[in-house]
Design a protein. Structure first.
Length: 142
């Protein structure tokens, strides 16, 4: 009798191996997405810091805001008047970034001499993790 094809055991072993490999791939992909969002957060904060320094150079103070969520409808642009709606004239930052995940960036400046932007990282990037704070002196853990 001429035997052709695979046995049931061989098929089950192959399916188990494929399942294990696909599980590992999904886990690695989720970790890569988290790292990408965290890198984007740090990049966003650095861009906002640069725009705020340009604003400070021209205006002599940072925009005075008691507390606001950056990138929201009313704070989508940064120009000489401070944060405003999208499409503002002569912007320092035409589109203020929003958090790439489900969080938000919060901006506070009580007197215009200093500011604080807070955000939350999902993982660890460059020894930063959890809640982070951007100010004129740099980005640090809270």
């Amino acid at each position: 009798m001429n035997k052709r094809g695979f046995t049931l055991i061989e098929l089950l072993v192959v399916i188990a191996i494929i399942g294990l490999l696909s599980t590992l791939a999904v886990v690695a992909l989720g970790s890569a997405r988290t790292k990408a969002r965290d890198s984007k957060r740090l990049s966003d904060l650095k861009q906002v810091q640069t725009a705020l320094e340009l604003y400070y150079t021209d205006q002599g103070a940072y925009p005075i805001v008691s507390s606001t969520t950056m990138g929201a409808t009313s704070t989508a642009c940064l120009n000489a008047s401070g944060f405003g709606a999208a499409g503002c004239a002569t912007p320092y930052m035409g589109l203020v970034p929003t958090d790439p995940g489900s969080g938000s960036y919060s901006y506070v400046s009580a007197d215009g001499t200093d500011y604080t932007i807070t955000a939350t990282l999902e993982g660890t990037v460059n020894d930063l993790s959890g809640g982070i704070e951007a100010s004129p002196s740099g980005i640090t853990n809270q």
